[in-house]
Design a protein around this ligand. Structure first.
Ligand SMILES: [Zn+2]
Length: 168
């Protein structure tokens, strides 16, 4: 149980790192962090008391940490969108990236204008705007936080993490 993963938030609630429960409990014990979320029905027994198992903790003091930027690449666009076509919702087949506003209308290469799209939707949409072809995005594309890319290779251990990782 002490090896369960715990999400560490900075003092301003920005996700900072992922650690093991053992280390998070030490941070709590030392008064360096406070518990924000706990795992359901899990408790850690110490000599004198029973502590709930933390799932998310927040540091009491702000730590200056450089924000890891996620590179704007085709691969990362598809990862951000979890290999889900942002027009029809399919997860099947090879994925491409689509410019929501086509380049010829001034659409940029940006996190806000690139989405994951299946071959079929990409072909159907072509060089037109979504309104023109009546194809609408499942969700508004935005710059991913470093942790949302982490999510693509790590199972999120607690659904409550999502609100802090902006995955909701
Ligand atoms: Zn599609």
């Amino acid at each position: 149980m002490l090896n369960r993963y715990v999400l560490v938030l900075n003092q301003n609630y920005e996700p900072l790192s992922i650690t093991k429960a053992k280390r998070a409990i030490i941070l709590l014990y030392l008064g360096k962090a406070e518990m924000i979320e706990r795992y359901d029905g899990c408790a850690v027994r110490s000599v004198s008391q029973i502590l709930p198992l933390p799932s998310v903790v927040r540091l009491i003091y702000y730590i200056k940490a450089p924000r890891k930027a996620v590179a704007l690449t085709r691969k990362n666009i598809i990862k951000r969108d979890r290999h889900i076509c942002q027009y029809c919702g399919t997860k099947k087949g090879p994925m491409t990236t689509d410019h929501v506003i086509p380049k010829k209308f001034g659409g940029k290469d940006s996190w806000e204008n690139l989405v994951c799209a299946c071959l079929e939707c990409n072909n159907k949409k072509g060089d037109r705007s979504p309104e023109e072809v009546n194809m609408f995005l499942i969700k508004k594309p935005k710059r991913p936080h470093f942790f949302s890319i982490v999510h693509s290779f790590m199972e999120i251990p607690d659904r409550r993490w999502k609100q802090y990782l902006f995955l909701d």
